[in-house]
Design a protein around this ligand. Sequence first.
Ligand SMILES: [Zn+2]
Length: 232
Amino acid sequence: MLQYLKQKQKQLLEMRSDFYTARGTHVYFKDDLNNEDIDAERVVAKLESVIPDHLLSELEMIIIGWFDEFEERNINAFYKDGILHVSNVQDNEEDMFDDFVHEVAHSIEIPYSYEIYGDQEIRDEFLRKRKLLHDKLWALDYKAPLKWFMETEYDEEFDKFLFEKVGKDKLRMICMGLFINAYAAVSLREYFATGFTDFYLYSNHNFFKKVSPQLYKKITLLNEIKNLDSDL
Ligand SMILES: [Zn+2]
């Protein structure tokens, strides 16, 4: 029994200990993972093997733990100043991987802003979809001003309208075939990040390509850019 306990403690200690990845990303555990079945090292290794190196250029550190921002903003991960903050409460490794990839998308928005947003293609595609979303909702008697839908920035009031007034389930139904998921409708930045995530999470891109062709094209391009500093 004592032997077992000691072993368990050792395992837990090992689970908690910080580590550095092959490309030098520091992974730090602020809090223990809620799920013993999750091997964070394996998830980070997957992240670094799936996403090309030039798109991980901003990522310096990953902190796994619980942050006030999660509650305040009803999120479970965020990126800030080279650091990816991810919740220690995860359903499984896929769930955690999803969070990692999503935040890597946000990490490249500034260094790659010209490549991502410069030609306005994904902005135009996003706004065309927003207009259709407005029309669909209007027809279902969820009447909100079109002006709201024609903004690309995140707006808390609009978010509440979508996810509380219309509601998650209904919104998901309405967004089917229009956005890859309901969260993609929240803002232009989330439109980009959800597409980026879908691209690296699933090997079959048919659905994504069909729903958001411009965004798909953009991410394919980003995936292939060899060097950030090549005569921008
Ligand atoms: Zn996001």
